[in-house]
Design a binder for this molecule. Sequence first.
Ligand code: GAL
Length: 345
Amino acid sequence: MKLITIILSIAISLLLAGCTGQTGAPTSNTKAPGAKLKIGFSMDTLKEERWQKDRDLFVKRAEELGAEVIVQSADGNDETQVNQAQALLLQGVDVLVVIPHNADVAGAIVEAAKKQNVPVVSYDRLIRNSAPDLYISFDNEKVGELQAKYLLERAPKGNYILIGGAPTDNNANIVRAGQMKVLQPAIDRGDIKIVADQWAKDWLAEEALKHTENALTQNANDVAAVVASNDSTAGGVVQALLQKGLAEKVVVSGQDADLAALQRVVAGTQSMTVYKPVSRLATKAAEAAVSLAKGEKPPTDRSVNNGRVDVPFIYLEPIPVDKENVDATVIKDGYQKREDVYKKP
Ligand code: GAL
């Protein structure tokens, strides 16, 4: 019964969105002079700490620019995200900013928005097989390269475990490509060996924990490095290593500069993380969204192909962080507080 209700509501909202599209829903072109611009922000999840920062910084900048933001989080559910995006379109948003849970499924959101002449920004993660107006993100290949390079310098020989992110997230695949670019020559030389190659559904720590436990058992704990693709997966990896008394002996990467990860970095159980100054992403995205809503073309750096079109791309640089430079980067920027990072558990 519940499922029928959900399906019906999606069908009705799709239908209504289609109708309003045909009859000319309020768009940037028809906006009454002086009316506030409305931005729909459709987020995959708010579970990881970084996304809460993304939301707060994005809303702050958009409001400074005189726009109103309606935020929705889909809790990692594709159906919910499509449904929420349809609802945002029905509310007459002037621009839709989407962090897709699933790169392919979210193409339907872009199509629906296009029917209403509402521009779409693909935020942090690329939406595939559709034509978003803009993609804004950090260089995800570089994220993977920085992780692998750091680990390889500290563990130039031995067995490696790879823990990828969500296979449904385009970023996870690009990060892996960056990691392999650095690791492949060492594999070819016979210096390192990939003994496990796994992906963590929805970037979940418990998935990473399970994969690491299995890989350690299968290799009699003979592991030099774990290439964890982000901080939540690194959390699962470190838990598995702690159980076996291997934390601090095995080098582990991460991504996001989450508080828990930085605490592990200063404690020595996680070797590094990749800091992506989210304030730059959120601020630039809010500015670009407002300009798209006004019918302008925001400046971009390059383009990236999403399987259908070349999407204009605003590109941002990630920064590797370890014990040595945590103060000079994450803490200096105010991304995390010094007393929190160095707090004893
Ligand atoms: C990725 C994002 C990472 C990480 C991950 C899990 O798409 O680039 O920063 O947060 O999702 O949410």
